[in-house]
Design a protein around this ligand. Structure first.
Ligand code: SF4
Ligand code: SF4
Length: 370
């Protein structure tokens, strides 16, 4: 396993275990399959992973408890826990943090994050007083390093960076979003600020481990032995300012494949980078909605909906599951897809004539199942 120095002599494994897609039992409530999930944790430890990421809301609040139990037999100093404060689920940060330590059955959290900052609540969380409180916990040793995970725009990233001297930041990063999202700019902002980056969604919720026929054929031809996922992982781990790459491993085969990738240390060459850029372009037509975020439609929407943001959430949900729309349910009612009056003005102004009203209707249906 490759390791990278973080600070204070801490060496983090380049591969981190994400605990949001653990194996579940096929019974009411879909509880975590403890035996299978524990096997995965044991295997990651055996292969050298020392960074375990969880959150208050993963697996309906059961992920933290599972992680605490599964790691209990290992010395506390041999692994690092990353856990997150979810402002939308429980705005009282004192209550939530206390509950998290109880669920984990631990005295401190190594890496603590404000969870999934989005544009619609960035200002509110900054004004909530939670940062001051967590900073105090840091001084008391209950939190070792403080950061945030982020899904917003550059303006709000700037606000977040100005608010505190963060130890690390977690963003979604992969070779597809690098070309078609705002992630490249976010990564550059963090690098300029000298803040180490933890990466989530290195395979875009599994999309880059599946690809489509054309993109898959391109990569298989270049290296018949390499898994599609390994290409995605290698691309991310080759970025200089990336500290840990998180993978939500739900199967032992994923652990084996990822561990191989993160042990071999085969960084992508310039030629391979160009190949992955080509694969991303071949994949693009198959993305549910190929919105470019140009915003030509925005000023023409009588309901003032943030159309590209909603379409990004829809793409995430199609690639990763309807749960990705949870954040949309947190938007003010008048900003949600249900406010669309199907006037069609967006389609008219869209360079790609995207059927936005129909997609809004689909989102409403998907959200009703949450
Ligand atoms: S169809 Fe809906 S999203 Fe499009 S412009 Fe009209 S109200 Fe806005
Ligand atoms: S005009 Fe079309 S491509 Fe541009 S942001 Fe709107 S929906 Fe997306």
């Amino acid at each position: 396993m490759l390791y990278k120095e973080f600070k204070d002599g801490i060496r983090l494994s380049r591969l981190g275990m994400g605990n949001m897609r653990l194996p579940q039992k096929n019974e009411p409530g879909n509880p975590i399959d403890y035996e299978k999930a524990k096997e995965i944790i044991d295997e990651t430890i055996r292969l050298g992973v020392n960074y375990f990421d969880t959150a208050y809301i993963y697996h309906d609040g059961k992920s933290e408890e599972f992680v605490g139990k599964a790691l209990a037999e290992y010395p506390r100093s041999s692994f690092y826990i990353a856990d997150k404060f979810n402002f939308q689920a429980q705005p009282d940060y004192r209550i939530q943090f206390r509950e998290q330590l109880e669920r984990l059955n631990m005295d401190y959290i190594d890496f603590y994050l404000l969870h999934g900052i989005q544009d619609n609540f960035a200002s509110a969380i900054l004004a909530s007083g939670c940062i001051e409180y967590f900073d105090q916990l840091k001084k008391e040793g209950k939190i070792r390093y403080l950061g945030f995970s982020f899904h917003g725009n550059e303006e709000n990233m700037k606000k977040m960076l100005a608010a505190y001297d963060w130890d690390f930041v977690q963003i979604q990063l992969n070779y597809y979003d690098w070309e078609y999202g705002n992630q490249r700019r976010l990564y550059e902002m963090l690098t300029e600020a000298k803040i180490p980056v933890m990466v989530m969604e290195p395979a875009h919720g599994g999309l880059l481990a599946r690809l489509n026929e054309k993109a898959g054929a391109l990569l298989r031809e270049a290296d018949p032995q390499a898994s599609l996922a390994s290409w995605a992982m290698r691309w991310v781990m080759s970025l200089d300012n990336v500290q840990v790459v998180l993978s939500g491993m739900g199967e032992l085969s994923q652990v084996t494949d990822n561990a191989e990738t993160f042990s071999a240390g085969k960084y992508v060459s310039d030629e391979e980078k160009a190949l992955l850029k080509k694969a991303a372009s071949l994949l693009r037509p198959d993305i549910a909605v190929p919105c470019t975020g140009c915003c030509y439609c925005c000023p023409n929407c009588p309901q003032e909906l943030d159309i590209p943001v909603l379409l990004t959430a829809y793409n995430d949900a199609k690639a990763d599951g309807a749960w990705r729309l949870i954040n949309v349910t947190g938007l003010p009612q008048e900003k949600q897809p249900s406010s669309c009056i199907a006037c069609g003005s967006c389609t008219e102004h869209c360079p790609q004539s995207l059927p936005v009203p129909q997609i809004m209707a689909k989102m409403i249906r998907m959200m009703s199942s949450l």
